[in-house]
Ligand binder design. Structure first.
Ligand code: GLU
Length: 429
């Protein structure tokens, strides 16, 4: 399921990467709808800071392997930079920079006092032992030490990283400054300052968005509502689980090896147990095999791409049959595909809105940590609902009034807020 954006170079030529330029294109078009100041656009078209690091790790066989890593801070107008850290074989500077730009837009859209960042290491975490991953994380943290901090830049989990990774990061940072600093990362385990509700927050946010969209489209969410989900990591799994609790039927899910289809509904808990044993969806007996490409084209009501970028392109957009496309992943749809889907009448909940639940609860975790006052899971979920539904409705109203698709509407609403803040602060010197 590797992204369809072909790009071999890890560093050079990042400004011309199709993912990066497609985010710029969308920002330009959305900007036109709100008469965005061209100076603001120019400033946002480049990241504020980029750090490349090489990360040596002693592998279990005794050899030293050197990994390429990055941390990109796209913008810090609204507050400290914020965004996840990805461990994946395709990580490169272009993708990390595009994802950092999306974080700026996402955080502004949902009204968080945070800027945008992203980090990543080009590696295959599935082929590394726990000890190797720990060494990788600790050395990467000390290499990006000068950039991060609770008032500067706050990492979080993304593809290939989890609460354990964040715990190692926090421990390494805390050891270097000499005292415990929980606020340097979010997505931590509960025992060391994590927030209740953070682990399922991205999936929960996807579902809250779908509930709002279904209301507007007058679509009932019940056992006749068929859902297909590409990707069964944190976002895919919790989107599936929470939507199943709402009453929908999850007919297909997949991971990198392919997917499983069952018209009566896939048994998610059995599948999870199977994956824990076999590390893959492949071979699961509770349904028929479908490829990742076939999954996207299934006749379903709701499609959730929750894996990598560049999955829905001009090649397959015409074959997408869902009513609601909820983008759990970042950048799963290319700009050409977006136009095709809009003209076909597919209602898209774009990534910066659909998957904003993760960073919203990250923000709650950061606030709770700063106050040393922790909330109940119910409080976290209620506050998440407020933020998601408010953002959804602002984007939806913009979409109706300007007759603009939801992706450009979301970016326009985000830019309206961000550009005012940038112009108040001005450009230094
Ligand atoms: N990696 C997640 C995202 O893409 C979460 C980022 C965060 O919590 O800072 O939104």
């Amino acid at each position: 399921m590797s992204g369809s954006y072909e790009f071999d170079d890890v560093i050079v030529g990042w400004e011309n990467h199709p993912f990066y330029t497609s985010v710029l294109q969308v920002m330009e078009k959305a900007g036109r709808a709100i008469q965005l100041d061209p100076n603001v656009y120019n400033r946002l078209s480049k990241p504020k800071r980029v750090l490349y690091v090489s990360v040596p790790v002693r592998m279990d066989d005794g050899s030293i392997q050197v990994f390429d890593g990055f941390r990109v801070q796209h913008n810090t107008t609204l507050g400290p930079a914020k965004g996840g850290i990805r461990y994946h074989v395709d990580v490169n500077l272009a993708e990390t920079s595009a994802l950092a730009m999306l974080m700026t837009l996402k955080n502004s859209l949902v009204g968080l006092p945070l800027g945008g960042a992203k980090g990543g290491i080009r590696c295959d975490p599935n082929k590394m032992s726990r000890r190797e991953k720990q060494a990788l994380t600790r050395r990467y943290t000390s290499e990006i030490f000068m950039l991060i901090g609770p008032d500067k830049d706050i990492p979080a989990p993304d593809i290939g990283t989890d609460a354990q990774t964040m715990a190692w990061l926090m421990d390494t940072y805390s050891s270097q400054v000499g005292h415990v600093v929980p606020g340097v990362v979010t997505g931590k385990p509960i025992e060391i300052g994590g927030s209740l509700g953070r682990v399922d927050a991205t999936g929960r946010g996807v579902v809250y968005n779908i509930i709002e969209a279904a209301k507007r489209l007058r679509l009932d969410l019940n056992d006749k509502t068929r859902v297909a989900i590409q990707g069964f990591g944190n976002v895919g799994y919790y989107s599936a689980k929470i939507l199943a609790n709402v009453g929908c039927t999850i007919v297909a899910v997949s991971d990198v090896s392919g997917g499983i289809y069952n018209s009566k509904g896939v048994n998610l808990e059995e599948l999870r147990t199977y994956i824990a044993q076999h590390r893959t969806v492949k071979g699961f007996p509770g349904g028929d095999f479908v490829s990742n490409d076939e999954l996207l084209e299934l006749d379903v009501d709701i499609l959730i791409p929750a894996a990598l970028s560049g999955q829905i392109t001009e090649k397959n957009a015409d074959k997408i049959k869902c009513k609601i496309l909820a983008e759990g992943a970042n950048g799963p749809t290319t700009s050409e595909a977006n136009e095709i889907l809009f003209s076909k009448g597919v209602f898209t909940i774009p990534d910066i809105l659909a998957n904003s639940g993760g960073v919203i609860v990250s923000y709650f975790e950061w606030v709770q940590g700063l106050q040393n006052f922790f909330w109940s899971e119910k409080d976290v979920n209620n506050k998440l609902w407020e933020k998601v539904s408010h953002a959804f409705n602002r984007v939806y109203e913009f979409h109706l009034s300007k007759k603009m698709d939801m992706r450009h509407s979301a970016i326009a609403v985000s830019l309206e807020h961000l550009s005012k803040a940038m112009l108040y602060r001005g450009f230094f010197p």
